[in-house]
Design a binder for this molecule. Structure first.
Ligand SMILES: Cc1cc2nc3c(=O)[nH]c(=O)nc-3n(C[C@H](O)[C@H](O)[C@H](O)COP(=O)(O)OP(=O)(O)OC[C@H]3O[C@@H](n4cnc5c(N)ncnc54)[C@H](O)[C@@H]3O)c2cc1C
Length: 329
């Protein structure tokens, strides 16, 4: 098995001045599976399956990166009475999955502005996406995977096989090709007659150093979500903040300011925190199709891209889907 990626030989870092971050390095690694609103369909099945597989994945991957952990506990603040009612109904349906509605009293110590309570999910949470990639890279090297640090520029049918053209002019031939190259998947497929356009959606994130406030994170969940902003304790006095979804590919200042003040609802300790890191990345969103794109397009031609906002969450279920697709005749 061959893995082709132009950045294979580069270290997994967020601070890269010379190149765009891949989606996974830019992500916050939030795993919002069990709190998904829908209760049927592919989106729910993939989330449910990923949440079942994550504990096993982390256990296996710890052999390659001991610091990798599943940071559990996700608290979603109810915006108003209606959303609290919806959350209550979901908590009742999924109590077996660890969902529970909490009152404003219960969450007061960590989030005093939660006037309508919050939904707590004990199994959802977060994984560090940089440690995850490091673990996966080391695990791949233990398997019979041959990494090639190159960009694929073209795919071509070659009898019953696929010829993969590299940026340096060479090519390799394979029985099966799995395209999981995020935003560039559409461009590789277009010349083969498969129109699966994917558009970029910008996301920004901040790492903050707190001067005051809950610096020890006592009783905090791994992730707190207020108005779709994610707050992630990241060690003593440190917090990751993210989740704006902006059209286009250019980072703008306004959404960043909104994020820092949580639309003018941020506690003082958050407003006074200083920014120690700011990064942005592109989410790959399929055009007029639900995310993700998981399709066998022709014999031996598989696409698993366009995961938009949930590619880290859906990694285990995606890998399982690919494995099944590869075994089918
Ligand atoms: C700011 C931000 C926050 C996010 N937060 C979360 C979150 O909390 N939880 C979550 O689940 N998801 C989150 N996401 C979404 C998530 O990051 C993506 O869905 C996921 O990382 C996509 O993974 P991927 O492997 O498909 O793509 P990528 O991680 O982008 O990897 C694609 C790889 O393909 C390689 N490649 C590209 N073109 C070629 C080519 N022609 N030939 C060979 N290789 C190629 C690239 O070098 C790259 O390594 C976030 C995204 C952003 C931008």
């Amino acid at each position: 098995m061959t893995l082709l990626d132009p950045h294979w030989n580069e270290p997994v870092l967020r601070q890269t001045s010379d190149r765009e971050l891949n989606g996974t390095s830019a992500s916050l690694g939030v795993l919002m599976g069990n709190v998904f609103r829908r209760t049927s369909g592919r989106g729910w099945r993939l989330r449910r399956r990923s949440m079942q597989l994550w504990p096993r994945w982390v256990q296996a991957l710890q052999a390659f990166e001991t610091g990798l952990t599943l940071q559990t506990g996700l608290l979603q603040i109810a915006a108003d009475r209606e959303s609290a009612t919806r959350m209550g109904a979901l908590a009742e349906q999924r109590s077996d999955l660890g969902l529970e509605l909490q009152t404003s009293e219960q969450v007061r110590t960590i989030w005093p502005t939660a006037l309508h309570g919050a939904l707590h999910s004990s199994a959802d949470g977060r994984i560090n996406p940089l440690q995850l990639q490091i673990a996966l890279r080391r695990a791949l090297l233990q398997e019979s995977v041959q990494p090639l640090a190159t960009r694929v520029v073209q795919l071509e049918r070659d009898g019953s096989r696929w010829r993969v053209h590299h940026a340096e002019g060479e090519s390799t031939c394979h029985d099966c090709v799995v395209i999981c190259s995020g935003l560039s998947a559409g461009a590789l497929l277009e010349p083969l007659g498969h129109s699966l356009p994917i558009s970029p959606v910008l996301g920004q994130a901040l790492s903050l150093q707190l001067k005051e406030g809950p610096t020890t994170w006592m009783n905090w969940p791994a992730v707190l979500i207020d108005q779709s902003f994610n707050l992630i304790p990241d060690g003593p006095g440190r917090l990751l903040l993210g989740a704006t979804v902006e059209p286009g590919t250019e980072a703008a200042d306004d959404p960043l300011a909104l994020m820092r003040t949580l639309n003018d609802n941020a506690p003082e300790w958050l407003r006074s925190a200083s920014v120690i890191e700011h990064w942005s990345g592109l989410r790959a969103r399929p055009v007029e199709r639900p995310a993700p794109l998981l399709n066998v397009l022709e014999p031996g031609l598989i696409v698993a891209s366009g995961h938009y906002r949930n590619g880290v969450l859906l990694a285990p279920a995606t890998a399982e889907w690919i494995s099944t697709a590869l075994q089918e005749p």
